[in-house]
Design a binder for this molecule. Structure first.
Ligand SMILES: NC(=O)C[C@H](N)C(=O)O
Length: 367
């Protein structure tokens, strides 16, 4: 079958403000004679990757059995004509998959394209439409590697486009509004769902199916959209975008980092399997405050002796893992308040710079 990048061979590009060019669709287009760009509106590029926001079902009450990544970027844009009052919106299809299938290849491709677009005076901000399952991983990756202060906003939805009260269109409209707002500059990559503006570093998906699934319990949201206005209340304090040292411009792959979950009665064999499969780093979704059982500790210690970085995170969903005096002796690191999936993102990038556990710990303290 087609890999996640297959759709890029025939990327959709569409302009909402002005003449609409529908790439391959039978839909009747509403071409107008107005100029292609309006000078006073921000130029926002939408990069589409799939997900439920591009999901479709035969039934308008189906909110779980639909196909994610079914609709193209042109359809998403045409569904929200109100956007053309607040921005000059154009679209590109980067992938069209459910977000469990977003991989390192897509991340690198997306990051390079975003940096290319934001280097141009013609682009004021970027919106990325994305499945919600791994949205926080993409958002945090981009937070670490985007080299611009211009707004980058990641958006998804929990109900497919075909559902009654689909949340995607308003989320997309709000994301374009946030991306076009000058106050959004320099705050790192933003996540916009359900009227809340979250920081990529802090926000996480907390509920399998509800529309208020994205939460930022410990550190809080950065802001919100109330009525038609954008309100900011917080700033992320950790390094991101222009203050981040990570650079993907010359990378064609990322080091393998796996996540292993702690549970009662586990053994060391998953550590051995990860090392045998080429892992350069292992994030442990530890119990409680990053605890690791005696059995898996044997596998973790042997992996560390082979130079694999063991990073202690937690499976509990919130809180900071406290560094222990044993970590130095074991050559382990702790992941601060990053959950396992985001710790994996930072560890992959850290391993592009160094294999030194002490230096990697510094990254976890600063990012
Ligand atoms: N709500 C969603 O977007 C979930 C979907 N499975 C995805 O992540 O692509």
């Amino acid at each position: 079958g087609n890999g996640p990048l297959a759709s890029t061979a025939h990327a959709d590009t569409i302009t909402v403000q002005g003449t609409i060019v529908a790439p391959s669709s039978s839909a009747s287009t509403t071409a107008s004679s107005t100029p292609a760009v309006s000078n006073h509106l921000p130029n926002i590029k939408i990069l589409a990757t799939g997900g439920t926001i591009a999901g479709s079902s035969a039934s308008n009450t189906d909110t779980t059995g639909y196909k994610a990544g079914a609709l193209g970027v042109d359809t998403l844009i045409q569904a929200v004509p109100e956007m053309k009052k607040i921005a000059n919106v154009t679209g590109e299809q980067v992938a069209n998959v459910g977000s469990p299938d977003i991989n390192n290849e897509v991340l690198l491709k997306m990051a390079k394209r975003i940096n290319e677009l934001l280097a141009s005076d013609d682009v004021d901000g970027i919106v990325i439409t994305h499945g919600t399952d791994t949205l926080e991983e993409t958002a945090y990756f981009l937070d670490l590697v985007v080299k611009s202060d211009k707004p980058v906003v990641v958006v998804g939805s929990m109900r497919p486009a075909t559902a009654i009260s689909a949340d995607g269109p308003f989320n997309l409209y709000n994301a374009v509004k946030v991306a076009g707002n000058t106050e959004s500059k320099g705050k790192g990559v933003l996540v916009m769902l359900n009227d809340r503006i979250g920081a990529a570093r802090y926000i996480t998906k907390t509920n399998t199916t509800s529309v208020d699934t994205f939460r930022s319990v410990e550190q809080g949201y950065l802001g919100a959209i109330i009525g038609d206005k954008v309100y900011y209340y917080n700033e992320p304090t950790r390094k991101h975008t222009t203050s981040s040292i990570f650079d993907v411009s010359k990378l064609t792959s990322l080091p393998q980092v796996d996540i292993l979950y702690e549970y009662q009665n586990n053994g060391r064999y998953l550590y051995d399997a990860a090392v045998a499969a080429g892992a350069k780093g292992i994030v442990v979704a530890g119990s409680g405050d990053g605890s690791i059982s005696s059995a898996s500790m044997k596998g973790a210690n042997d992996a560390a002796k082979k130079g694999v970085i063991i990073a202690r995170s937690t499976r509990v969903g919130s809180g900071t893992v406290a560094p222990s005096s044993d970590d130095n002796a074991n050559n382990f690191v702790t992941t601060d308040s990053l959950n396992p999936q985001k710790a994996r993102i930072l560890l992959m990038l850290a391993l592009t710079q160094t294999n030194d556990a002490g230096k990697i710990q510094q990254f976890f303290n600063q990012y």
